[in-house]
Design a protein around this ligand. Sequence first.
Ligand SMILES: [Fe+2]
Ligand SMILES: [Fe+2]
Length: 377
Amino acid sequence: MEKSGSVIQGSANRRTFLKNGMVAAGAATVGAGLLGREVSAFDQEDEKSGKLTRGDAAILRFLAAAEILETDLWVQYNELGGIQDSEVPGGSGSPPYTAALQVLDSDMPQYIHDNTEDEFTHENFINAYLASKGADIVDLEEFRTLQGSAATGASGKPRLTNLMELTVDTSWWTRYRSRTKNPDFGDTFPQAIPSLAVGKHPAIPRTNADLTPNDHIQAIANTAGFHFGTIEQGGTSLYPSLAQRVTSVEVLRIVLSIGPTEAMHFQTWQDKAGNAPPLTDPKDPTLVFPNLNAPPFGKTNVGSFGIMPEPTIFLSRSLPVCSIVRPTGTKGAAMGAAKFLTAMGLFRGQSPAFLAALRDLAEDADDARRECERRDG
Ligand SMILES: [Fe+2]
Ligand SMILES: [Fe+2]
């Protein structure tokens, strides 16, 4: 499908974030030391000769970008609140922040570490697979320009994502607890933490001034606890949504094998978020964490214990309810994910070129169509 250049702004600088896969395959580390060159993502013959359909390559590239961004944000969490080791290097930890996270679960540093490593492997695998097929890979290093946390324990390196001005959508809490509604039917859901869904909130200490008083750093840790769930439920929906556009059985296997690990993350974080202690942030009294086991929550399955997905309507109201991931609609799924990440403030401070790059990748992924006649192998 040809695209009109007028649809996309900044076309002169488009595609600098794509790197030639044949070059990347020979690099010691994908994304490092590449001989970047301008490439045309719309050259179908190039993609075909790499044995991926253009649609499959576009889906994998959007997922690679999403995983690069996930890795970047998880690295920031791990530097301050995880476990810094050879598997996930960087930073030296913030004991007050880590202690506040451990109020949610004493194993939080290990979980943060493991989630971070998982995202590294998702990013590296997808890009390496693209390169192995001779397809272009995604490299967002040119957009690594944001200043991260200045608190003790952070590495201070430039970031792709901003965890210090988040607007966290916590409606997944009620979405997965509803027996009668589904976002794919146009339904909307109330927020678990209404005050997190408006304004700008830090999920990591911005400076050492954020480490006290106790309820303030706890509010930051609580924000992180809900943000973990928000991010990972997004991945839980994104993979099955895009899988419906995949042509190659091998690419389908990749998408179906990574996607459920996002659900495993989400399930863990959903359980931990329910342990966030009720409080009001003393440095921002508009930020209130309510008791999720008291009204209006605390009813059947809506409380902190309701972590298994409630069955709900699926495909048709005339069919029986079913326990499912939601949403999984495929139309506009990649752009929906890009907008979701942008709306949470993850890219506050990023350049227009970055947002254009993300939009380009999402548009290409959403243009993918399943080619049913194609045979693999
Ligand atoms: Fe991931
Ligand atoms: Fe994830």
